[in-house]
Design a protein around this ligand. Structure first.
Ligand code: NDP
Ligand code: 8X3
Length: 258
């Protein structure tokens, strides 16, 4: 397959682990220069140095909390003066808790809404403005099957991901008449730090999520992201749903007895 990514510049939010980190590795391998964000500066720096050495691409770390609008506007605003972004992967996100709504923690709700939705908005506003000026660019938003089918205790997380799907559609409408492309990937179960975060380090709850079947890996999603981003300029892959073969929807997950 032709490599249309070499020499492009990609900004990835949430590149310090999981899907974002795998996307960073794959895009660097394809010859993309990178801007990496996340709150854990040490992890970003280690990844940046590794990829610069291994893949001979330029990697800039922009440690930031996407929920902090001032931090995003200042940090990313300054970076955009020096870098033209061809690709934005809006990946930073999290789920917290799995309680019915009436027993949910408001602090959890606020963090999910602030990260998954408002953080994506703060970043996209700045980057899309630059893309519009250049009349080029590709934005890939990380949605979820949780944004398509509600599951018990998913409530606010599901709502944020449904909002991401609708925002992607709305961004496509707003990009009408430009060469900017916007897509969403909606994965099912991917084994990353996602469940460690959701269950706040409870190992047995985390392990139970991935027991008895082969979940998707972060690399599976990075492979898909690369396919979407590498498509020719007239091809805008707007929405892709992907699940492990064992999972047919959030409820129907076939687990083998161990
Ligand atoms: P991880 O927990 O491994 O990665 C999440 C990433 O988001 C980390 O790099 C984290 O960095 C970053 N992040 C979280 N909060 C913030 C914040 N406030 N500011 C900046 N960065 C932040 O999980 P995944 O890789 O699985 O998740 C990536 C995306 O994929 C999320 O949007 C998630 O909802 C989505 N997804 C995941 C699925 C799964 O089953 N794993 C399935 C469907 C969708 P740091 O902690 O350093 O800030
Ligand atoms: C993550 C997938 O089904 O655990 O978005 O919510 S799920």
């Amino acid at each position: 397959m032709q490599n249309r990514l070499k020499g492009k510049t990609a900004l990835i939010t949430g590149a310090s682990s999981g899907i974002g980190e795998a996307c960073a590795r794959s895009l660097a391998e394809a010859g993309c220069h990178l801007l990496l964000t996340g709150r854990r500066a040490g992890k970003l720096e280690a990844l940046a140095r590794e990829l610069e050495e291994k893949e001979a691409v330029a990697v800039v770390c922009l440690p930031m909390d996407v929920t902090d609008r001032a931090e995003v506007e200042f940090g990313l605003g300054e970076a955009l003066k020096r870098h033209e972004i061809d690709i934005l992967i809006n990946n930073a996100g999290l789920a917290l808790g799995l309680e019915p709504l009436d027993r949910g923690e408001v602090e959890h709700w606020e963090r999910m809404i602030d990260t998954n939705l408002k953080g994506l908005l703060y970043v996209s506003r700045l980057v899309m403005a630059q893309m519009r000026e250049r009349d080029t660019g590709h934005i890939l938003n990380m949605g979820s099957i949780a944004g398509e089918v509600a599951y018990p205790g998913g409530n606010v997380y599901c709502a944020t991901k449904a909002a991401v799907h609708m925002l992607s559609d709305a961004m496509n409408v707003d990009a009408m008449g430009t060469k900017i492309r916007i897509g969403t990937v909606a994965p099912g179960a991917v084994e990353t730090e996602f469940s460690d975060v959701r269950f706040e380090g409870d190992r047995s709850k985390r392990d139970a999520v991935y027991a008895g079947y082969d979940p998707l890996t972060a690399q599976d999603i990075a492979d898909l992201a690369l396919y979407i981003l590498n498509a020719p300029g007239h091809v805008n892959i707007q929405h892709v749903r992907v699940m492990p073969t064992a999972q047919r929807n959030p409820y129907l997950l076939h687990r083998e007895e161990s």
